[in-house]
Design a protein around this ligand. Structure first.
Ligand code: ZN
Length: 189
């Protein structure tokens, strides 16, 4: 693929496929932010978007009629062992915002079903949530390596960041999975 053929979006391949080059696309200036780059790296580790989880209907309603054309893959339900790690996390670095990929930007594409959710934090691209870190540690069996000091530090940092600046209206560049990698057996759409 030549450089000019990459889309002008933030995106990445989904899943580790052994020793090969794994492609992350940072196709516009907005992609060059720490949280957005971490988001794409998380895809390489094998995790799709939070709203791709097979249990997501308990937590969000998708407004399919308002999605941008061709973006449906990022809202489909996936099944697989990556998807079964941990609880559903509204505040994940991998959760879309409530207006993500909307054709009409004034109409939501995702609506939470759970009461007492802090909607201003949904779709955050600041840092891993505590549950994001737990999922990585659990799936890759790194629990012992990260406890106790680094994990505690991360959680403190995240909570501070969530308190500051998270209420700003988030403008979200297009982000999507550009292909599913060699461990695609793990994923069933
Ligand atoms: Zn993504």
């Amino acid at each position: 693929m030549s450089e000019t053929s990459y889309p002008k979006v933030c995106g990445s391949e989904l899943g580790y496929a052994g020793p090969k080059v794994h492609i992350i696309v940072l196709g516009n200036d907005e992609c060059f932010q720490r949280g957005r780059i971490l988001h794409e790296l998380y895809h390489i580790l094998g995790f799709p978007h939070e709203q791709n989880r097979s249990d997501r209907d308990k937590y969000v309603v998708v407004n399919w009629k308002n999605l941008l054309p061709g973006i449906e893959l990022n809202f489909r339900k996936f099944k697989g062992r990556y998807m079964d790690v941990g609880p559903y996390d509204y505040y994940s670095l991998m959760h879309y915002s409530l207006y993500a990929m909307a054709n009409d930007r004034k109409v939501r594409t995702l609506t939470p079903t759970t009461k007492n959710v802090d909607e201003s934090r949904i779709g955050q691209r600041k840092d891993f949530s505590p549950i994001d870190l737990q999922k990585i540690n659990t799936f890759y069996k790194c629990e012992k390596k990260t406890q106790p000091s680094s994990k505690k530090m991360y959680q403190t940092t995240i909570s501070q960041k969530l308190k500051s600046g998270m209420n700003k209206k988030m403008q979200e560049p297009i982000d999507g999975v550009i292909s599913v990698q060699g461990n695609s057996k793990l994923f069933k759409k």
